[in-house]
Design a protein around this ligand. Sequence first.
Ligand SMILES: C[S@@+](CC[C@H](N)C(=O)[O-])C[C@H]1O[C@@H](n2cnc3c(N)ncnc32)[C@H](O)[C@@H]1O
Length: 274
Amino acid sequence: MFCAEKEHFNYLRNIQLANITVKKHEKISNTLNEASHFGKLARLLYKIHIDPENDLQSELAPDQYYEQQKNRWETSWAGDDFNPIWKSSQIPPVLQRAIAEGWFPNSAAVLDIGCGDGEISRSLAEQNFEVLGIDYSASAVKRARETNENSSLKLSFSTADVTRLPPPQKLFDALIDIGCFHVIPKVFANKYKESIYSWSKPGARFLLQCNTEIGPHHNKPTEEERRNWWIAYILKTFEDAFHIEKIDKTNFYFSTERETNIPIPAIAAWMIRR
Ligand SMILES: C[S@@+](CC[C@H](N)C(=O)[O-])C[C@H]1O[C@@H](n2cnc3c(N)ncnc32)[C@H](O)[C@@H]1O
């Protein structure tokens, strides 16, 4: 981890404790802007936003941590100028591949978990899937609905917490998660799994993409070690409920004002509901 990142991780912890909102982080970015390579800055901002080293706090005070994290997402999505850096000009390549290979059944009912502003949900609906995007941020869902209000696609959005889903009204043929599970505190990972298991049909396809740079993997300095940590974590969390067909190395692509498609190491797990 390069030095400015380390310094700002410490700073992040203090910020967390003081419960200062994401808006303040933007000021940090201006300072770092001068000194940092922009791709690294993009990663750092993302890490700051989602509080990567959340493990200790989330284990000691899970409910309090959870509320803080949820409020931060809500504050972000409620801001008119929120322009997430993980957005790039392209739908994740691994998702494109799954569609091109016919891995999802034709016209499948797809649940997009942690859909944010619904861009990926929309892209799936345009490819003839029937999509429900869920996000626990009401402002994210509002954005997604507003953007798609005149659309004739089979596309809807709902405010829902994936770790606390109510009993299902219908069962899904396919599930995607592009960047949500990796921000779920470890203590809630089983609740996440149980929820999505109960909302999906036996045999449902589940494509999960996680950023391997973030999360509770302290003392894992190399990219490969971080990736291996994530692979083990995914196996441990999902194996009893989902058959894990394969786990691929892939990337998220971040965009900043200056650069587009900055690759961020990620993995994609292709799973089939037992
Ligand atoms: C990194 S964003 C990814 C958004 C979208 N999938 C995309 O690729 O543009 C993660 C999203 O997960 C949502 N999220 C985090 N925890 C959640 C939870 N427990 N239930 C539902 N949504 C959650 C956040 O509000 C945020 O919109």
